[in-house]
Design a protein around this ligand. Sequence first.
Ligand code: GLN
Length: 299
Amino acid sequence: MVTPLNKRPRSGPYSGLNARSAKRFLTQAFSEAGIPFAEDDALEIVLAATGFDKIALMLRGTEFLTPEVFETIQSYMTRRLSGEPVDHILGWREFYGRRFKISGDVLSPRADTEPLVRGALSRLEKTARPILLDMGTGSGAIGLTLLAELPEADLLATDISEAALKIAKENAATLHVKDRAEFLLGGWWDAVPENLTFDMILSNPPYITNAAMETLETEVVRYDPDLALRGGPDGLDAYRAIIATAPLRLKCGGWLGLEIGFDQGHELKVLLNSGSWENITIDKDLGGLDRVVWARKAD
Ligand code: GLN
């Protein structure tokens, strides 16, 4: 029988609590509460509260916790048990190996979006000083990751939400790429000056149908903004808007890369079925589901 956290002395030799045992305790509490990925969440909370990385946890995991760390772990645990996701508790989420600040104003970046970034990097290998457009940038996960990976790239990042752009700008500063990023407020093409053309246009737009919005997990509905998820009656509103004008704004041979829902591959192929596009391909995510569509502007 484990002594509940609030019945233990706060720290010191008799608390019996160190980073390792705290992780075990949280894992057990989260699994009993039916939280999926209980161990991952417990690990993230303990690392954040102690300031340890995984190696420090191995080397120093049996040191007693200070009262401050103990209290932090306790408050994070309570919040997690009440349904708040770990990234919202901590205020950041890791994407492509980097930390992105998040809030209720942006979609929390997902590992699902990493294949879009990988596809972009492989297609930009031979482009000197690429000029990129990330439409609906949210936290900036896609565009800013590419700036960090490609030291010669420049980026225009847009969003219809001023609060989201503020977060993206903060992330640009933290990642030391803000000199190469410009941020403009507005819906899809309204935000993009007409005289600009790009080597690559990227977006992870809202693509969930109104009907499917009703079936999303409560934690997603409660913590990710509706604006970032809802794609209209058939989930394709944003794709129609982006694809209609993209050929005018891409350089010849430039690429359009869009994240899509697992069942939207066919519909996207139809939307891209005009003389403007070639090399249309659909990439799968780690789970083997359609996740990204690529199209090259025909010469
Ligand atoms: N571009 C951001 C991301 O991929 C936000 C996407 C969105 O809000 N739909 O994380």
